[in-house]
Design a protein around this ligand. Structure first.
Ligand SMILES: Nc1ncnc2c1ncn2[C@@H]1O[C@H](COP(=O)(O)OP(=O)(O)OP(=O)(O)O)[C@@H](O)[C@H]1O
Length: 428
């Protein structure tokens, strides 16, 4: 059983975003963002990282015109965003902020329905869309649609924030430190979920983060910025780790670049093992027979939505007459979008040196064992440098006028990094 997280063509597609010679001054002589030209490829996740105050949020908010650039142009697909009314524009660009930014006096359903209401969708269409989105972000619609934000955990609120941003199916999603306000375990889960959602929706996503590890995990591409919105390096996570552009990037990556490479391989990139499965209520002796015939040591018990409930050994099966419906709270479960790093962490608590792997809506897809992880890590190290096309990212003139395009020559740029351009696929 093996699956892959890579889709060559985005399912619904996002729009390419292009910033051309964009400058933002807030008043002082030094601009917050100076003469930035940057392409965000359609259907990809681009991470903006850099130290506090370097201009990440300013860059992000200029894309949906929450901040107006002092000069330069920004286009979405073929359209200059300054030609689009600000409100109209923001309906076409989903925006997610830390802690979800939900309106406390509105129910979850009403929060998600804000843009569809503005777009005057009829009530039935809105209701259906709200339920569809709650399901997409793994919240049960019947349980959550009528609750208020204060009745949800931080992670759940953040999920609703993502659902709200996706409500009118915008081609672009902007996220400002979306997972900054939740604990590390919830953050890992939300990151995994975002990757699974992206497999379904294929949006163009720009995410601001302080966290380089998050950038490595989520990004098809990473933009490393320094003060003034200066691009220091714009490349794939693999190449930034393998070939940091300079000392600033090295310092930013921090210690353990080798270990961080483990975060580049996902559970979905490796071969998963099959498992024998059973449902609560089945006769234990019959299940034991299946397990024995398959030459396995365990059975995975699944609920009616294929979510794992428990992972029983032959010994445990021998002690019961019927398969129990109990949920094992300590079950080692990992999403298929999780990194091998996450998987190893999870396995440490598992007595069978493995973990159960789940996909969309927490449905069981297979088993990953510790040998597979170790083998994949060794292979990933050997073959880490793949050629991938790099988008444009420079400060200063591109030297080519209106179209600072993919054939721009690195030597023609002033100051920053314009990586080599080759075939445009397969960031990971
Ligand atoms: N409304 C404003 N008025 C004046 N200066 C501002 C304003 N907003 C941001 N700045 C300045 O512009 C620069 C870039 O700020 P920005 O918020 O874009 O940085 P950032 O990289 O997102 O930082 P952080 O990671 O801390 O959020 C900073 O020096 C900041 O002080």
């Amino acid at each position: 059983m093996s699956e892959t997280s890579t889709t060559a063509t985005p399912p619904t597609g996002g729009s390419r975003i292009l910033l051309e010679n964009v400058t933002k001054r807030y008043g002082s002589a030094t601009p917050a963002v100076g003469d930035l030209t940057m392409e965000i490829p359609a259907g990809k996740i681009v991470m903006l990282v850099g130290p506090s105050g370097c201009g990440k949020t300013t860059t992000l908010k200029m894309i949906n015109r929450l901040i107006e650039p002092t000069s330069g142009t920004i286009s979405l697909g073929d359209q200059d965003v300054t030609d689009i009314d600000g409100d109209q524009l923001r309906r076409r660009i989903g925006y997610v902020i830390q802690a979800g930014g939900l309106f406390p006096h509105m129910t979850i359903a009403a929060n998600i329905a804000i843009v569809p209401k503005l777009l005057k969708w009829d009530a039935e269409r809105i209701r259906a869309r709200v339920d569809e989105l709650l399901d997409l972000v793994s919240l049960d619609p019947d349980t959550y649609r009528d609750r208020y934000p204060r009745e949800l955990s931080g992670g759940q609120q953040q999920r609703v924030g993502v659902a709200r941003a996706l409500a009118a199916d915008p081609p672009v999603l902007l996220m400002d430190e979306p997972f900054g306000a939740v604990d590390p375990i919830t953050r890992q889960r939300l990151q995994d979920e975002l990757l699974l959602i992206q497999e379904e929706v294929g949006k163009t996503i720009v995410i601001v983060t302080h966290d380089f590890d998050e950038a490595v995990k989520l990004g098809d591409w990473i933009v490393i910025m320094r003060e003034g919105g200066q691009i220091v390096q714009y490349d794939t996570p693999e190449r930034i780790l393998a070939e940091p552009a300079d000392e600033f990037v090295e310092n930013f990556i921090g210690a353990g670049a080798g270990l961080k490479q483990l975060a580049l391989t996902r559970v979905s990139d490796v071969e998963l093992a099959d498992a024998v499965t059973a449902r609560p209520g089945e006769v234990a002796a019959e299940v034991l027979e299946r397990v024995t015939q398959a030459g396995h040591g365990h059975v995975v018990v699944l609920d009616d939505r294929d979510r794992p409930l428990s992972w029983l050994s032959r010994k445990q099966l021998g002690r019961v007459t019927q398969i129990p419906a109990d949920t094992d709270a300590g079950l080692p479960v990992v999403s298929r979008s999780a990194t091998l790093n996450d998987a190893l962490d999870t396995m440490l608590v598992s007595s069978v040196a493995g973990a159960l792997v789940t996909g969309r809506r927490d449905a069981f897809v297979g088993v990953i064992d510790v040998e597979t992880v170790m083998r994949s890590i060794a292979e990933a190290r050997e073959g880490s440098s793949r050629d991938a096309a790099a988008p444009i990212g420079v400060n200063g003139s591109t030297g080519s006028g209106a179209e600072p395009a993919l054939d721009a020559v690195p030597g023609a740029t002033s100051g920053a990094v314009l990586p080599a351009v080759s075939d445009h696929d397969g960031a990971r």
